[in-house]
Design a protein around this ligand. Structure first.
Ligand SMILES: CC(=O)SCCNC(=O)CCNC(=O)[C@H](O)C(C)(C)COP(=O)(O)OP(=O)(O)OC[C@H]1O[C@@H](n2cnc3c(N)ncnc32)[C@H](O)[C@@H]1OP(=O)(O)O
Ligand SMILES: O=C([O-])CC(=O)C(=O)O
Length: 373
């Protein structure tokens, strides 16, 4: 048995991927060879989704077909809506999303796992339906009736329409698209790896996505964007930041939205998201948000002074979603709406050259002994 134990698989390269590359030394991230900064500056969310699934940006016809196929598949059937409405409101919206994917899987039994086109069709169907689930659940918790999808609207506009009954100004929609582009894919992060592990047993795409949602929910991963918002609200007073942080660090708490397994000198995505957040705050913040933004800025400074640890993408995204009007428990489900692209691209890639993922462990329990009579 190997004695070279890498707890948390830290630093272990387990396979190849052609989908994205995270280069920690240069704080860079590319999707299909394109820098994520350039994509966020010049491309729509739908174009980036196409890139992740097909390895290249769409031409005008491919984009129009992609948009039409997405818009046509947004609706949930009546039974699906009933299933989701029956879930207790005490459960987290991530539980609702996880259940929804399980339901979609039960409706669509897998026939040919190796059929790349069939898996891509399932991925597109989830991409189209997940926003409808998130919006339905957000409104249910607010005591509001669902708003059906509007196929004449683009992906992002339609999501705002289904959540709030209106589409905000173009700069807010673009900031939202920026979060979607940045959250879409990040190599072998924990949830994507979970999806690849499940796929490696030749299980189906829905099972892999369900498992990935479970992995993303945790606060050390995607759940951090909600945890950041709870933390900013709990600190509340900009003058309290330093004492709050000292107390938290003294009691060995992890400060949500800071640190990263791969990036040790800053997350490649944060500067773009920070710009988007600054613009949102400049044009759409009220006094309450400005106060939270001051807590946010002071905490970032104090964290760097004390620990030299940088924020990760969940830090600016959390406040951005708050400014956009989303309820905090919706933040990680919105991350799912984006990461569904990366997950399903990896599921398809895993299936093209599958190998069962099964590491070893070093046993530390009792020596073999007789079972007592
Ligand atoms: C989209 C995403 O999933 S991004 C990640 C979102 N998650 C979070 O924001 C949760 C908060 N962050 C963390 O818990 C961690 O930074 C993780 C889980 C993201 C990465 O963890 P690791 O790679 O295991 O961090 P690592 O062990 O290298 O940390 C190095 C040191 O920094 C400390 N550290 C790292 N992040 C933090 C943090 N957020 N708050 C306080 N201390 C931290 C560790 O405690 C460790 O200190 P030590 O050497 O004194 O024990
Ligand atoms: O890569 C990671 O470990 C976590 C992360 O930033 C992501 O999944 O976007």
């Amino acid at each position: 048995m190997s004695t070279d134990i890498r707890r948390g698989l830290t630093g272990v390269v387990v396979d190849t991927t052609a989908i994205s590359t995270v280069i920690s030394e240069t704080n860079s991230l590319t999707y299909g060879g394109y820098a994520v900064q350039d994509l966020a500056a010049s491309r729509s969310w739908e174009e980036v989704a196409h890139l992740l699934w097909h390895g290249d940006l769409p031409d005008a016809t491919q984009l129009a077909d992609f948009r039409a196929a997405e818009a046509a598949q947004r609706r949930l059937d009546r039974t699906g809506q009933e299933v989701l409405r029956k879930l207790p409101e005490t459960c987290h919206p991530m539980d609702v999303l996880r259940t929804a994917v399980s339901y979609f899987g039960a409706q669509d039994p897998t026939e040919d796992l190796a059929d790349r086109a069939a898996n891509q069709a399932k991925a597109l169907s989830l991409f189209a339906k997940l926003p409808t689930v998130v919006a339905l659940d957000l409104r249910r918790r607010r005591g509001q009736d669902p708003i059906p999808p509007d196929p004449t609207l683009g992906y992002a506009e339609n999501f705002f329409h289904m959540c709030f009954g209106e589409v905000p100004s173009a700069d807010v929609v673009r900031a939202f698209e920026t979060t979607m582009i940045l959250y879409a894919e990040h190599s072998f992060n924990a949830s994507t790896f979970a999806a690849r592990v499940i796929t490696s047993t030749l299980s189906d795409l829905y099972s892999a996505v369900t498992g990935a949602i479970g992995a993303l929910k945790g606060p050390l991963h995607g759940g951090a964007n909600e945890a950041v918002m709870h933390m900013l609200v709990a600190i509340d007073d900009p003058d309290r930041v330093e004492s709050w942080l000292d107390e938290a660090l003294a009691t060995k708490q992890k400060i949500m939205g800071f640190g990263h397994r791969v990036y040790k000198n800053g997350d490649s995505r944060v500067p773009i998201m920070q710009d988007a957040l600054d613009n949102l705050i400049a044009t759409h913040a009220d006094d309450r948000v400005r106060r939270l933004a001051e807590v946010y800025t002071r905490l970032q400074t104090a964290m760097f002074q004390r620990k030299a640890i940088h924020p990760n993408l969940d830090y600016p995204s959390a406040l951005a979603y708050h400014v956009m009007g989303f309820d905090t428990p919706t933040f990680t489900p919105i991350f799912v709406m984006s990461r569904i692209t990366g997950w399903t691209a990896h599921i398809v890639e895993q299936l093209t050259a599958n190998v069962l993922i099964r590491p070893l462990s070093a046993y530390t329990g009792p020596q073999q002994r007789p079972v007592p009579a």
